[in-house]
Design a protein around this ligand. Structure first.
Ligand code: PGA
Length: 256
């Protein structure tokens, strides 16, 4: 995994935005895997400001709450349209977000997997990380080979996300999420983590054993995984100096 530590979340986000912009410019029909939550908000603002051409881009979101109406302000449909899609020239038919109201969830999940394959697979998958190490909504003990499916949120994730809903009892219990196996098939994974509350999960993911207790640790097995971190999120990494040294001494042609 390439560990990119920047002094602020803004600087770390700038790196991620450059990676995605380069991908979209190189391949206008790129398939992007997108994430929600507070972490990628600034990433989307920067990408909007870059005035990139999204007319051929195809997107797949990681996850969605089950049972929230699509128009609910906290649905990930609302999040994505509000914070990115309505500001760029993406074609609505190229946007894919799990349907949290699908009448047949397993059939929907199988079809979601099939549409990712039909689009040619994901070029870059953007990931946040939960304080419990989840990626997408793959909570601890998720199968490391899992595919898109229903999951039950942990009490910790429901508490973490209560800030968006006003109170914890309004946070849905169930979600549809791409599986860890699905995420691992993306050609590149780009994990963003900011803030000291992510430090422990990040340290486990980067320096701990590969374990379903910290689902993000599976990225150690991915051939092209990058983690863009701010200082607080990197604060529990024992080899932070080494990661900084590597990044500062990359060959010029590799610098993003
Ligand atoms: P956050 O969520 O960006 O709101 O911290 C990250 C996640 O749960 O993956």
């Amino acid at each position: 995994m390439e560990i990119i530590i920047q002094s602020t979340a803004e600087a770390a986000t700038d790196v991620a935005a450059r990676i995605i912009a380069r991908q979209l410019r190189k391949k206008p029909g790129s398939v992007l895997g997108l994430a929600t939550g507070s972490t990628p908000l600034r990433l989307y603002q920067i990408l909007i400001g870059m005035k990139l051409d999204w007319s051929r881009a195809i997107t797949f979101n990681l996850d969605e709450y089950i049972g929230l109406p699509r128009e609910h302000p906290q649905s990930y449909h609302s999040f994505m349209w509000e914070n990115l899609f309505r500001h760029v020239n993406i074609r609505p038919e190229n946007v894919h977000i799990p349907d949290g109201n699908a009448p047949d969830v397993p059939a929907f999940c199988a079809a979601y997997e099939a549409s990712i394959r039909a689009a040619g697979g994901i070029d870059i998958q953007v990931l946040g990380i939960g304080t419990d190490g989840h990626i997408g909504f793959n909570e601890p003990t998720s199968s490391l080979a899992s595919r898109t499916r229903i999951k039950t949120l942990t009490p910790q994730t429901r508490r973490d996300n209560a800030r968006f809903f006003g109170s914890e009892n309004q946070v849905p219990f169930h979600v549809i999420t791409m599986g860890i196996g699905t995420i691992m098939e993306a050609r590149q994974n780009l994990l963003l983590a900011f803030g000291g509350n992510k430090a422990e999960a990040v340290a486990g993911a980067v320096e701990g054993p590969i374990t379903s207790i910290n689902p993000a640790s599976i990225l150690q097995l991915h051939p092209v995984a990058k983690a863009c971190l701010d200082e607080p999120a990197a604060s529990k990494l024992t080899r932070a100096e080494y990661y900084r040294w590597v990044y500062d001494n990359k060959p010029a042609w590799q610098v993003i």
